[in-house]
Design a protein around this ligand. Structure first.
Ligand SMILES: [Mn+2]
Length: 320
C-alpha cells in the first residue's frame, strides 16, 4: 500500500490534499505535513493543502488558496475523513485519481484507493509510517506538527488505540529528529482564560442522569457571554474524562452562524458513534460528534444516549 501511494504521488504533477470540515489538529497536521513532505521530495510539483483555515490552529502551518483552476489531471488525497459529505473544499469528481488515508471506522468508499487503518492512533501516525516505508523524508518541522497531531488525537496517549507502535514512532521523532516535546505541548495546550471559564461553567452546570450520562446545552447567548466560539465547548470535552459519576458525556452548543447545534460526545464504555451516525454524525467508537438542527433533536438524542447508558450498566453491573 505504501509503495502504491508513493508511486501515485510520484506520477502526478498537481496534488491537492483535503480533509474534513470542522478541522482538528490530526487532520490539519497530517495534511500540512504531507504537503511539505511531498514538496521537499518533489520541488517541481504543485501541492496544495486546502479547506477552511482555523486561526487558533495557526501553529500547524498555512493552508493554500488555489488561485487558478486545478488541471483535470490532478491527484486528490483526502486525510482523516471517512465519508464524502464531510470532505472540505473540493469536489472529488474534479480529479483524475483520489486516495483516502484514514483511521476512522469505514463509512463509505469514495476514493479510487483507500488506505484505512482503524488501529492507527491518528492519520499523523499513518503519514510517519508512509515516510518510513518509502523514500519520502520527514523534516524536523514536519515531525513537530505530526507529533502534535498524534498527541491531540490520542489525548496525550490516553486512548485505547495508542499502541506500542505509536510510542515507537514518537520515540524515533525524539531520538532522531530531536523534537522538543515540552515546547510543543506548551503550544498545543496554551489557551485563553475565556475557555477556562467556560470549562468551569460546564463543570458547574452539567446535568447527570441516573444512567451516568452527563450533558450540557449551551445557548449562543452563553457562548457570547463567555467570549468564546461555538466550537470551544466541543474542543474541551476531553477535559471531562475520568469523572466517576459519568460514563458518557456530551456538550451541545448553538452555532447561530451556521444555524446548527454542535454536539460532541465522549464515552468510557458504551459505543456512541452508531447512534450519532443515525443523527447524521460520525467519528470513533468512544469519541464522536454531530450537528443537529434544533433543540428538539438534541433532546431526542439525549434520550437515546441515556437508554444506551442504561443498557450498558445493566450488562456491566460493575460500573454502577
Ligand atoms: Mn484523526
Amino acid at each position: 500500500m505504501y509503495k502504491k501511494i508513493y508511486s501515485l504521488i510520484k506520477k502526478y504533477k498537481n496534488i491537492v490534499i483535503a480533509r474534513h470540515i470542522g478541522p482538528d489538529p490530526d487532520c490539519l497536521a497530517s495534511q500540512v505535513a504531507l504537503r511539505n513532505i511531498i514538496k521537499s521530495k518533489f520541488p517541481n510539483k504543485n501541492v496544495y493543502a486546502v479547506g477552511h483555515s482555523v486561526s487558533k490552529f495557526y501553529h500547524f502551518g498555512k493552508l493554500d488558496k488555489i488561485r487558478e483552476e486545478i488541471p483535470k489531471d490532478s491527484l486528490l488525497i483526502v486525510v482523516d475523513t471517512p465519508d464524502k459529505g464531510r470532505v472540505d473544499g473540493v469536489n472529488i469528481s474534479d480529479f483524475a485519481y483520489s486516495i483516502k488515508i484514514d483511521h476512522h471506522p469505514f463509512i463509505e468508499k469514495f476514493c479510487d484507493l483507500e488506505f484505512i487503518d482503524e488501529q492507527a492512533s491518528s492519520v499523523c501516525q499513518m503519514i510517519i509510517d508512509l515516510c518510513d516505508n518509502t523514500s519520502l523524508r520527514l523534516s524536523k518541522a514536519d515531525a513537530e506538527i505530526l507529533f502534535m497531531g498524534i498527541v491531540s488525537d490520542t489525548n496525550r496517549f490516553l486512548y485505547y488505540y495508542t499502541s506500542a507502535h505509536t510510542f515507537e514512532i514518537v520515540a524515533k521523532l525524539i531520538r532522531k529528529l530531536k523534537i522538543n516535546t515540552e515546547e510543543l505541548y506548551a503550544k498545543l495546550y496554551a489557551r485563553p482564560l475565556s475557555e477556562a471559564r467556560l470549562q468551569g461553567y460546564i463543570g458547574m452546570n452539567m446535568i447527570v442522569t441516573d444512567n451516568k450520562l452527563g450533558y450540557i446545552k449551551i445557548s449562543s447567548e452563553k457562548i457570547s457571554e463567555f467570549g468564546v466560539d461555538s466550537a470551544s465547548a466541543g474542543n474541551m470535552i476531553n477535559e471531562f474524562n475520568n469523572i466517576k459519576e459519568i460514563i458518557v458525556w456530551m456538550t451541545f452548543s448553538q452555532d447561530p452562524k451556521n444555524n446548527i447545534i454542535r454536539g460532541a460526545i465522549r464515552s468510557r464504555g458504551p459505543i456512541v458513534n452508531e447512534i450519532a451516525s443515525k443523527y447524521g454524525g460520525g467519528g470513533h467508537k468512544y469519541a464522536s460528534g454531530l450537528r443537529l438542527e434544533n433543540w428538539e433533536q438534541v433532546d431526542n438524542f439525549i434520550v437515546d444516549l441515556d437508554n444506551l447508558c442504561k443498557k450498558y450498566i445493566e450488562n456491566n453491573p460493575e460500573v454502577k
